[in-house]
Design a protein around this ligand. Structure first.
Ligand SMILES: Nc1ncnc2c1ncn2[C@@H]1O[C@H](COP(=O)(O)OP(=O)(O)OP(=O)(O)O)[C@@H](O)[C@H]1O
Length: 327
């Protein structure tokens, strides 16, 4: 029996299908990320999974019990499942500690640990209008966690946060999974948030899950150009141009497009198993450079930690044969 099971969910909004027969399962303690373009149905799916939406068809179960939709219950939600919306609200004119005292099912020691995990211990005496957006978000999260859920569903928790607050919240969410042993499902647009955190990634398009796999699988072996583009930059060499890459080990001209992430290329001094090209552009991104290299027939983007070359230089590039993929 799956911990959380979403089976054959379909949903229409204003006469148009928003979810089409979607199924997935979440194991206990798993970290699942949902990615997809705007309007692909991520939020609708997450709400239905937590009992905060209403499916037209299909079944959601949590530990074997059916999760009812909002139209079937007086108060939305299901015991054991917490859902943090993109649009949460904290009541004005309350102290944080008051907000966190309602529905608190934890012992005092566990509450103290939770407030530490959420990095809000220093905020407990503040009023809710004396908090930054990032602090409010962590309190909204703690407010859910004091109810002692087993599953936490997070809808784009990192949107609208600056890098500092985003990094704090990333640490918090990691600790929620690891220290508090809570199963998490998270929606995000940012490949870094998804790939560095998840055990399993679901990719949605037009109300369907088009790919599901580990971060490495979905990143290195996408099922389509769409799936590839959600998780970062890539080179896609059309079948008629692949022949010019077959000098590189591991690359075959098999009638498909050749897919390579920029870091699958390597700038090298050697002559063997390499291709010659001219540097067209170099962009510095802090921890890496992106180098645009014009080869005989195509231009590719190469990602490298160090770059001695200059614009206009002729360089040689090799490829990591383990990263070769076709679409
Ligand atoms: N209450 C609603 N009434 C009508 N249409 C809706 C409603 N909620 C969602 N939709 C539509 O359903 C589709 C999926 O919306 P959803 O919010 O699930 O997508 P999403 O992938 O989460 O998008 P985003 O990344 O922008 O949040 C969209 O076309 C949206 O316009």
């Amino acid at each position: 029996m799956s911990f959380l099971s979403v089976s054959n969910i379909s949903k229409q909004q204003l006469g148009a299908p928003v979810l089409k027969n979607v199924s997935f399962t979440v194991d206990k303690f798993q970290k699942v990320a949902i990615a997809g373009e705007t309007g692909s149905g991520k939020s609708t799916l997450l709400k239905i999974a937590g009992g905060y939406g209403q499916a037209d068809e299909g079944l959601v179960t949590f530990e074997g019990k059916r999760v009812k939709g909002v139209l079937e219950v007086l108060l939305p939600g299901h015991p054991g499942i917490a859902y943090l919306s993109q649009h949460f609200e904290l009541r004005n004119n309350y102290r944080v500690e008051e907000i966190l005292s309602y529905n608190n099912k934890l012992t005092e020691a566990s509450s103290i640990e939770l407030f530490e995990v959420c990095r809000i211990t220093h905020l407990l005496k503040r009023k809710t209008d004396q908090l930054s957006g990032g602090e409010k978000q962590r309190i909204a999260l703690a407010r859910l966690l004091v109810t002692s859920p087993q599953v936490l569903l997070l809808d784009e928790p990192y949107s609208n946060l600056d890098l500092i607050h985003k990094n704090i919240l990333k640490d918090v969410i990691r600790d929620v999974s690891e220290k508090l042993a809570i199963t998490c499902v998270l929606i995000s647009h940012d490949p870094q948030d998804i790939l560095s955190w998840a055990d399993e990634v679901l990719i949605m398009r037009n109300g369907e899950i088009v790919q599901q796999g580990s971060p490495e699988q979905v990143y290195r072996q996408p099922v389509s150009e769409y799936a590839a583009s959600l998780l970062g930059p890539f080179n896609l060499i059309s079948p008629d141009k692949v022949k010019s890459f077959t000098a590189l080990p591991g690359i075959k001209d098999n009638g498909s497009s050749l897919f390579l992430r920029p870091e699958s290329f390597l700038i090298t001094a050697g002559d063997n198993d390499t291709l010659k090209g001219k540097v067209e552009n170099i962009t510095f991104y802090g921890s890496f450079y992106e180098v645009t290299v014009k080869l005989q027939q195509v231009t590719v983007t190469v990602r490298t930690a160090n770059c001695q070359a200059k614009k206009g230089d002729t360089i040689r590039i090799a490829v990591n044969p383990d990263h070769v993929w076709y679409l």
